[in-house]
Write a protein that binds this ligand. Structure first.
Ligand code: AMP
Length: 285
């Protein structure tokens, strides 16, 4: 793996690939790599010639200073995992190069997409931080394909909208959520689940499973499904911040489950805030 920390450095490293018309794939991460990240890298490895992973803990997308301070960082470990999974180039800029003194531009997707769910609970500024840094990464690396995880379903939608609205020449690919054997969605924050909180964290995936089963069993009333999911979480003494049934394209509230519906959940377990989601179907087959 080549590790590059400057913008001129990564640009010149990518010039030969660009000249040779080799497809460049980008996997943006904040490090603390796990199988979820590695699945994105493997997808990039299969579909593109030159795989770039960015490693940047983006301060502007944290709405909670304690969460930023506690965010796990171990670059040596990340470099090793990235290498094994097939990353060619690691772009790991220091914050002062991404946000030099006087930096004063923001890229924001406005409207329901950034105001609902995570936007309502963390504030839309979280997504403005994401879209600003992703725009910078797409401009710096100019990948042909950029890979994101369905785990952060709302983020993926916001990024698709960003790319469409600003005519950014990149294909966005969203890869399935990778889970532990017991159902817990992998997250860099899971390592901060201590003691009994690891077991209680199953509240989210279990609630989603209950929602899936209810829909498969013919329940079409969204509030009834949300209620069953909430009761499941309460079994583990976890209080959801939200459990919402929304359209998978624009996150509009769903009242009756007819077509594909996104069930999204967020909850604090111990000191960690977790999110997860699943797609349920209202079709008869
Ligand atoms: P992060 O480092 O948490 O910002 O995540 C970097 C990328 O990995 C984002 O596109 C996430 O959606 C994706 N990701 C995080 N967790 C998972 C997971 N469990 N399965 C699949 N992708 C994931």
């Amino acid at each position: 793996v080549r590790i590059l920390r400057t913008i001129p450095g990564i640009r010149s490293a990518l010039r030969p690939a660009r000249r040779a018309d080799r497809a460049i794939g980008l996997v943006p991460t904040m490090g603390a790599l796990h199988e979820g990240h590695l699945s994105l890298i493997r997808a990039a490895r299969e579909e593109t010639h030159e795989v770039v992973m960015s490693l940047f803990v983006n301060p502007s997308q944290f709405d909670d200073a304690d969460d930023l301070a506690a965010y796990p960082q171990d670059e040596d470990r990340d470099v090793e995992l990235a290498r094994e999974a097939g990353v060619d180039i690691l772009f790991a800029p220091p914050p002062r190069l991404m946000y030099p003194p006087g930096f004063s531009t923001q890229v924001r997707v406005d409207g329901a997409l950034t105001e609902t769910l995570e936007g309502a609970h963390r504030g839309p500024e979280h997504f403005h931080g994401v879209t600003t840094v992703v725009t910078k990464l797409l401009n710096i690396i100019q990948p042909d394909v950029a890979f994101f995880g369905q785990k952060d379903a709302q983020q993926a939608l916001v990024i698709r909208k960003l790319v469409r609205d600003l005519d950014i020449d990149v294909r966005i690919e969203v890869c399935p959520t990778v889970r532990e054997a017991d159902g817990l969605a992998l997250s860099s924050r899971n390592g901060r689940l201590h003691g009994d909180d690891r077991r209680r964290a199953l509240a989210l995936s279990r609630a989603l499973k209950v929602a899936e089963e209810a829909a498969a069993g013919g329940e079409r009333d969204a509030s009834a499904i949300a209620h069953l999911a909430r009761v499941e979480m309460e079994q583990l003494q976890v209080e959801p911040e939200y459990i919402a049934l929304v359209t998978p394209e624009d996150l509009a509230p769903v009242h009756v489950v007819r077509g594909d519906t996104l069930v999204a959940v967020a909850a604090r377990v111990g000191e960690v805030r977790l999110i997860d989601n699943t797609l349920i179907s209202g079709s008869e087959d």
